[in-house]
Design a protein around this ligand. Structure first.
Ligand SMILES: [Zn+2]
Length: 321
């Protein structure tokens, strides 16, 4: 059985998966704030342990490298890269000869600043389905990068400052790497800059970036977290063009909703096709989907694959179902 209570737990075990409320023992798939709580005992990848943004002095953090099986509470466990952000991890749980994989947030397509994701064969797959609708098929990455480059070039030609909004951890580093490697001078908010420095310390090289200072940004690209969009610091920049980087850019209403000029679908999640690719490749006998749309589980069922969407606080039979 799976128990859901601000996280998933395999019944008969003490292991929670990405619990958002404090538990005795939880796997933390990656360092995004919505996946982290100060559990008493945490299993995570070694890079994830370095990327936690708030101190957790009471937590016992058991950091493991990828591809190195270990035992904990009578379970055989192993971590595999998820390709979502640096350190993001899937976990393989072997119990009673059943292989259960929990993907956490994942992305199969190329990402310059995360370890490439792997498809992990299993009997039961517990996967995210954030973009689990056919409308969410992202354009090729190079096409998206070209759109971003064109946006920057147009802005600079018109003596406007290009401002890109990207999440502090993951997207902020990915776009810094993409643009810095192409020779753009990128100015980063304090929060994104700090995480770039942590990525560097963990072995990801970056070029042409600096901390945002002063008020003369002409010829440079600003990379800021979305919450700064309405800040005085940004309001002071009168001549600017703004864009939001996210898979949600595929919704035509996104720019209007967020009050930006443009949105580009640079995502660190799997799109609809990547979700299907994972399921088809590992051929699980049962799929549980989490986050996003229940339609993805329905879509799998139409293809003859046993699948259920997990809702918070729902309980269901795990082994017999
Ligand atoms: Zn995430």
């Amino acid at each position: 059985m799976i128990e859901l209570d601000h996280g998933i737990r395999l019944k008969g075990t003490s292991l929670w998966l990405d619990a958002t409320w404090v538990k005795d023992f939880s796997f933390v798939s990656h360092a995004h704030q919505d996946h982290v709580a100060a559990h008493k005992n945490i299993i995570c990848s070694t890079h994830t342990a370095s990327l936690f943004r708030r101190p957790m002095p009471k937590a016992r953090i058991m950091a493991h490298p990828f591809h190195t099986p270990f035992e904990q509470d009578h379970l055989r466990l192993e971590l595999y890269p998820a390709g979502h952000i640096l350190g993001s991890s899937q976990i393989l749980i072997e119990k009673d000869q059943t292989r259960i994989v929990y993907t956490g947030d994942f992305k199969l397509k190329k990402n310059l600043t995360a370890e490439p994701a792997e498809l992990v064969p299993c009997d039961i797959l517990i996967m995210e389905s954030t973009f689990g609708r056919p409308a969410y098929i992202f354009p090729e990455r190079e096409v998206v990068i070209q759109q971003i480059v064109r946006f920057i070039e147009d802005a600079i030609e018109n003596r406007l400052v290009p401002v890109l909004y990207a999440y502090i951890l993951g997207k902020g580093q990915e776009v810094t790497k993409i643009l810095g490697d192409r020779g753009y001078k990128v100015c980063l908010s304090q929060q994104i800059y700090q995480m770039v420095k942590v990525y560097e310390a963990l072995g990801v090289p970056f070029k042409n970036f600096e901390l945002m200072e002063g008020d003369n940004f002409y010829g440079k690209v600003l990379i800021l977290p979305p919450f700064l969009a309405r800040s005085k610091m940004v309001q002071r920049i009168k001549r600017k063009r703004t864009a939001f980087l996210s898979g949600w850019a595929l919704d035509p209403t996104t720019p209007h909703r967020l009050g930006v000029d443009e949105a580009f679908p640079l995502s660190d999640h799997a799109d609809f096709e990547e979700l299907l690719t994972y399921v088809r490749a590992v051929k699980p006998s049962l799929v549980y989907t989490l986050h996003g749309f229940p339609e993805f589980a329905a879509h799998l069922r139409k293809q003859g694959i046993r699948a259920k969407h997990l809702e918070p606080k729902m309980q269901l039979t795990f082994w017999e179902d």
